[in-house]
Design a protein around this ligand. Sequence first.
Ligand code: NHW
Ligand code: EN5
Length: 388
Amino acid sequence: THKFWETQPVGQFKDIGDTSLPEGPIEPATPLSEVKQEPYNLPSVYEWTTCDMNSDDMCSEVYNLLKNNYVEDDENMFRFNYSKEFLRWALRPPGYYQSWHIGVRAKTSKKLVAFISGIPARIRVRDEVVKMAEINFLCVHKKLRSKRLAPVMIKEVTRRVHLENIWQAAYTAGVILPTPITTCQYWHRSLNPKKLIDVGFSRLGPRMTMSRTIKLYKLPDTPVTPGFRKMEPRDVPAVTRLLRTYLSQFGVATDFDENDVEHWLLPREDVVDSYLVESPETHDVTDFCSFYTLPSTILGNPNYTTLKAAYSYYNVATQTSFLQLMNDALIVSKQKGFDVFNALDVMHNESFLKELKFGPGDGQLHYYLYNYRLKSALKPSELGLVLL
Ligand code: NHW
Ligand code: EN5
């Protein structure tokens, strides 16, 4: 049972398969004057704070909270370690609201003990583009867990989103909540198999030696596709057209305009990498691939502290085979020093995962919408949305 989630406008488990329920908003928007004007009450020893991610000090506080308390794998061997520059990028897209970067402090020490964030996004569901908030980085300090702080934080971010006249949200989680629009599988491609095995991220397969394993995952030193190069500012219009056309086929997808592409896809060192294929004959941009940098702290290993992971972001192939395009993405990520390349089985990713020697991980990622019902769940391959 879900004492909190049962009270929220989300698809409920009991309603799964009920085809009489309409697709669309679960509750209507209300006049802004009816939105609660004051913040929700926290237990009296805590206070709300708005986090100014432009401030180095604030950004460091959020960074440190997450570095020590954010998501771990099921065996607590690795913890996500989003960099400060990554957090700045993730939280300040076009049109962002500082009021959606919400912290909780202990009143006496002023220590930051919890965080939740939203950013604005346009997400298309079937034929409708809906203004939504993407909610991410919900985190409560390890020592303050199971005190029902998370529901208060979720209600407070909801209130602040409503104040901007936005009534829907999208979010992902590794845990099952009422109710996923789809459930995706994580896949992993070893780039540095020796280190991955040494730190317990992967295991030596049966009847495999270390040297056979290293040989299995070897990659060329340079990309093979003629015209493969880093994306530049002048490519924004062409990449936007390519992406919009590609994403139009998915049931739920991001609605990117040129401003979004400039923010989300222009390369930023150690944050996001984007490559494209420019036809040597016509100079058209025909193919595109991208990945973001999200290291994990390796917990309690004497020899290594950080796992360098690249995560597949948005990819479009029209002239190059998806296989060759993503193999080139693996080649450049290996050259950049990543240990592993991760991907979800969203969009057309299934078409390259097995052949490029990705293996399924032990983690899943569930996708959710707030205050928007779908008639039925999607397949991961019908989803055109990647959250960070
Ligand atoms: S998913 C990553 C979430 N963060 C972590 O896993 C970090 C490590 N864990 C923690 O910090 C990406 C705590 O365990 C957290 C829960 C804070 C997760 N999403 O305070 P209580 C995101 O950031 C429910 C939603 O006692 P706690 C997405 C749980 O089911 N709900 O637990 C965030 C229960 O409710 P129930 C979650 O362990 C999306 C209640 O919280 C959840 O001390 C947020 C228990 O609260 C999760 N990941 O703190 C929703 N994990 O009904 C946005 C647990 O079952 C919705 N719960 O009794 C949209 C809002 C905007 C709408 C705008 C119109
Ligand atoms: C998203 N914005 O469990 C926020 N990761 O598989 C919430 N497993 O790395 C996201 N347990 O399988 C939360 N190695 C959900 C993700 C939480 C983190 C998580 C999983 C995803 C993961 C690794 C390590 C497991 C360590 C023990 C894993 C196997 C790799 C192997 C490589 C060779 C081919 C077969 C697979």
